[in-house]
Design a protein around this ligand. Structure first.
Ligand SMILES: NC(=O)c1ccc[n+]([C@@H]2O[C@H](COP(=O)([O-])OP(=O)(O)OC[C@H]3O[C@@H](n4cnc5c(N)ncnc54)[C@H](OP(=O)(O)O)[C@@H]3O)[C@@H](O)[C@H]2O)c1
Length: 428
């Protein structure tokens, strides 16, 4: 049997303790599958005395994660501390410079430094793997780099933030407002005390940037992801969308258009009957479309001790078996920066206009839409008070820029009493 593969674990929080439990629970099975023992040699965290509910007595303790990363008795550094710079990045760079493989769950670090770290890994003959950084337990990075490697990927979509999906589905199911559901989510431990990273779409945009680079063979471009959170989504829009057969999701979409790469993380409408439309609670879903395979849908837990440990151990097993696939599927030095799509693909839109309740106002709004090449597919008007007439419209496919100009014109007109709401409808 080959020599054991030796792991250093930097971080013993939710993900790190999950990895310890998995290695300890499945030691025999992992050895049989890898053809060699999988051993944790040394660990690091901030507090040595904290009770983590796992037995760490067999492992060397290092206070400094950088010292951990350069130990001679280590083949793989698993970085699960978090933080886009600081000790996490320093430890990862040290490990790679010393020719050690790195596995990380740290999407923030990779979204900002993925290219440089992938190049450093390759220059030193080491692997850099990050399955746990995207959609938790769903093996979506492996799906792209291995199972779907023969396809040209045409579109990547995903609901990749469980907190946001929980909030949106709870609002629809219970009729509660955003602020109330967010408070519940915080009490249940689904949302952080400072939820800005989640509800602002940033966490999910980090993940989309990584998937997009892997799918399209481009350099990670987090700054090129148009990001919008769910904090402005109202119960009214969720309910009106539901009446028209749609669910509101914080949806990531990446696709290569004729004029370049489009990457968006924003609230979108999807058909209620579709797998994405039916996705409830904190579960994640990732959808890939390939030119030969068609559409593949993956769903599963996007976070938590077990799910992330599972993803990390998948990467450990690959390395133990001698598989070293480039981090983003092609050698990092061959990756090129993508031209970003200026306009974005055409799409149907859900619109909510608040018009003055008097004759001719809808005709005027429809005239402005028509003038900008926006054609109406369906419209509804709900019960309303005397002064304001809320009108909900679903358009036919429209050029995003035309739509935004039309809405600006409606907003500036005297028929509109409130800024129009527009949500993209993603065709599935
Ligand atoms: N939680 C999830 O479900 C999940 C899912 C996907 C990806 N991730 C990613 O996985 C990473 C870890 O997440 P987590 O939820 O496990 O975080 P966590 O529970 O907060 O754990 C972080 C760990 O890192 C240690 N640490 C922090 N700063 C350190 C430093 N300067 N030196 C040494 N150790 C340090 C902490 O030590 P102490 O315990 O002593 O404070 C703790 O053990 C993050 O990048 C996160 O984005 C998490």
């Amino acid at each position: 049997m080959a020599d054991p593969i030796r792991i250093a674990l930097a971080g013993l929080g939710t993900v790190g303790t999950g990895v310890v439990k998995m290695v300890q629970t499945h030691a025999q099975m992992l050895t049989a599958r890898a053809g060699r023992a999988i051993e944790i040699t040394a660990v690091s965290a901030r507090s040595r005395s904290k009770d983590r509910g796992v037995d760490l007595s067999g492992y060397v303790w290092e206070d400094d994660p950088v010292a951990l990363a350069r130990r001679d008795d280590v083949d793989i550094l698993i970085e699960v501390m978090g933080g886009e710079d600081g000790p996490a990045k320093a430890a990862v760079e040290t490990a790679l410079k010393n020719g050690k493989h790195v596995i990380t769950a740290n999407k923030a670090m990779l979204a900002h430094h993925g290219q440089a770290l992938a190049e450093l890994a390759e220059a030193n003959g080491a692997a850099l793997r990050f399955e746990a950084a995207v959609a938790g337990g769903i093996p979506c990075v492996k799906a792209l780099t291995e199972g779907l490697a023969g396809n040209q990927i045409t579109r990547v979509m995903g609901v990749m933030n469980g907190t946001c999906n929980y909030i949106l589905t709870q609002m629809e199911d219970t009729g509660a407002d955003y602020a109330d559901v967010l408070k519940d989510a915080q009490e249940l431990g689904y949302a952080e005390a400072d939820p800005a990273f989640d509800v602002g779409g940033i966490d999910a945009a980090h993940k989309l940037a990584l998937l997009s680079a892997t799918a399209f063979g481009t350099r990670v471009d987090f700054a090129g992801v148009k990001t919008e959170g769910i904090d402005k989504i109202t119960l009214t829009d969720i309910q009106h969308a539901a009446h028209m057969g749609y669910a509101v999701k914080l949806l990531g979409v990446a696709r290569m258009n004729e004029d370049g790469l489009e990457q968006r993380m924003q609230p979108c409408l999807v058909p209620h009957s579709s797998p994405l439309g039916q996705l409830d609670g904190v579960t994640n879903m990732v959808v890939f479309e390939g030119d030969f395979v068609g559409q593949c849908v993956f769903s599963g837990p996007g976070a938590g001790e077990g799910a992330t440990a599972s993803a990390i151990m998948g990467d450990v097993m690959d390395i133990a078996r001698g598989l070293n696939i480039p981090a983003f599927g092609v050698p990092a030095t061959d990756l090129e920066a993508a031209d970003l799509s200026a306009s974005g693909a055409t799409a149907a839109y859900y619109l909510r206009l608040t018009l003055a309740d008097r004759p001719g106002t809808f005709a005027e709004a429809a005239r402005i839409l028509g003038e900008h090449d926006i054609s109406i597919d369906r419209m509804r008007q709900y019960d309303h008070a005397a002064v304001e007439a809320p009108v909900t419209i679903v358009t036919h496919a429209a050029v995003p820029e035309h739509l935004h100009r039309a809405l600006a014109a409606i907003d500036a007109s005297e028929v509109s009493l409130a800024t129009p709401v527009a949500l993209r409808i993603e065709a599935l």
